[in-house]
Design a protein around this ligand. Sequence first.
Ligand code: 5AD
Ligand code: SF4
Length: 368
Amino acid sequence: MRCRSASAGRSESDMLRPEFAAALAKAGEAHTLAREEIVLLLGAEGEEAAALFRAADQVRAAHLGPEVHLRAIIEFSNHCARNCLYCGLRRDNRRIRRYRMTPQEILAAAHRARQGGYRSIVLQSGEDPGFALDDLARVVKRIKETLDVAVTLSLGDRSRDDYRRLRDAGADRYLLKHETADPALFARLRPGTTLESRLERLRWLQELGYQVGAGSIVGLPGQTCETLAADILLLQSIGVEMAGIGPFIPHPDTPLGSSPPGSTDTTLKVLAVTRLLLPHTHLPATTALAVLDPDGRRRALAAGANVVMPDVTPAPYRQHYAIYPGRSRPQGEGEASFARWERELRAIGRQVGTGYGHILRRGSPRGS
Ligand code: 5AD
Ligand code: SF4
């Protein structure tokens, strides 16, 4: 999808259009834009795109510094009760080999990640009612007691009581992507659920004291540039501490298997505008970007991103967490290596964040 009408009719090497330059300046200074102004920025090409990425990089540098937070993801179960049209873990996909790690395996993977240098662990799964909540709460508690790491959960829709119990067990953060801000598209792509109930859950999570992450997929069939602008405005209105923004990658064993993939460029523009409007929010250079473009993570880190989430799920499970093709090891076998990420980040003038990588609130001193 391109967010620019053909009638704009200017070559990519043109200078910035005055209205574009005005919107970019406003975003960089006031961190607020109207929906039409966001659409205008998303239509950046050539010089305008370069200027947008530069502005986002400057806002990132000014508010968050050179630090990139590394969060180790453990994908502990690929069972899912939902049937999202875009996702390889969907219930009706019979071609996937399902697995569920044991609590001991999860703890061992978390220990290894901590030993390797990570100070932040993400436990992710499909919506798996087969993983007992008590077990999960015990795993979280044990990790928090023994490892001195921040714990993020990404387990999809659960009851408020489940969220409360996991928070009581010590979980710090919860990722629950809103996927798309278009309610009709949401309901079509996620049968049996509504955007409204998703947003209600995000409110519960905030009330319970979690640092909350949402985010969206870019390039879903039926999405428009207005919807992408609405995604960004929604993130701003929720006041998220994190936002994961990645391109759509068709999975052959899903109903959307023959739809075209999202565009890396459009995804980077959505990321960059999000950085301009949410200067303090943690924005990962998503795995999906790295899958579509070998240089995708580096490009994202130069367009506003300040987080990388390497997959540390142990073999043989890792390859079966096939949300979309190519996910299991975008950087090859070194993907999980903290030391390798340290080197790679240093090579692009950045450094690994120290501490847990909690959000910095407006007005708080710079630190970790
Ligand atoms: N392409 C890109 N992202 C996807 N997700 C699920 N399926 C796809 C896909 N085909 C993302 C969703 C979900 C997370 C687990 O993975 O945003 O929240
Ligand atoms: Fe399940 Fe999440 Fe995939 Fe939907 S996107 S099928 S809820 S894992």
